[in-house]
Design a protein. Structure first.
Length: 232
């Protein structure tokens, strides 16, 4: 059994790929289905990236893991994401990849950032445990966003991770999404805008958004707990 991938194709020649990674559970060997909530939650991000990026040559791939769990020490989603990256490299040799992951998908994105095609990682409400590695982020850009009403993953851990990553990654920013929690529904428009701005900016398709660029320029701890502005 292989993972499944939904592809939103570029309207011109492919110049870059965004790989979208959904959440899951700490343990679980049940199959992932298209209509599970963790999968559905990432569809608006995939569609928004396609809408904004297709004309620039951005292909969007939404990965569905083989099984629902992280399942340490097997790390099933990490294996699946590496498979997906190999498939991208086979289909589009040499094109840059940006990873966008939510919850367990954020943790997965961080773990596979060492793939040579990856240029940036966007981790939304990421599940991060103490001791999570950061060395694989060398040379990459990192954006983390976490709601302040989070009940599933720990914003304090993502903050500590961002501080560590600042010593390794090229650029790091972290935003606090005030008034929202793990499902990213109350301020869905703001989460989506942040992701699209980050992906298009890091790929050079659009100028880097001012709020992201400013956060990345700030010294630690500034730039790592920036309140995300409401979209107008």
């Amino acid at each position: 059994m292989e993972p499944q991938v939904d592809v939103f194709r570029a309207s011109v020649d492919v110049r870059a790929v965004a790989l979208v990674l959904h959440g899951g559970r700490s343990r679980g060997h049940g199959r992932v289905h298209r209509y599970q909530l963790a999968v559905l939650r990432m569809v608006p991000f995939g569609r928004a990236l396609h809408s904004a990026g297709a004309r620039h040559g951005l292909e969007v791939r939404m990965l569905r893991y083989r099984v629902r769990g992280w399942n340490a020490p097997d790390l099933d989603p990490v294996r699946d994401a590496r498979w997906a990256l190999a498939e991208i490299e086979r289909a589009h040799p040499g094109v840059p990849v940006v990873l966008v992951g939510h919850s367990m998908g954020g943790r997965t994105a961080l773990r596979v950032a060492d793939h040579p095609t990856v240029v940036a990682v966007c981790a939304l409400a990421p599940w991060i445990e103490p001791g999570e590695p950061v060395a694989q982020l060398a040379g990459r850009a990192l954006l983390i966003a976490h709601g302040d009403r989070e009940r599933m993953t720990d914003p304090a851990e993502s903050y500590r991770y961002a501080v560590q990553a600042r010593g390794v990654a090229n650029r790091v920013a972290r935003f606090s999404v005030l008034g929202d929690g793990h499902a990213m529904l109350k301020r869905a428009r703001d989460w989506t805008r942040l992701v699209v701005d980050f992906v298009l900016g890091e790929l050079g398709f659009e100028p880097r958004a001012a709020d992201i660029a400013n956060a990345m320029r700030e010294r630690t701890p500034d730039g790592l707990d920036v309140p995300l502005k409401t979209a107008h």
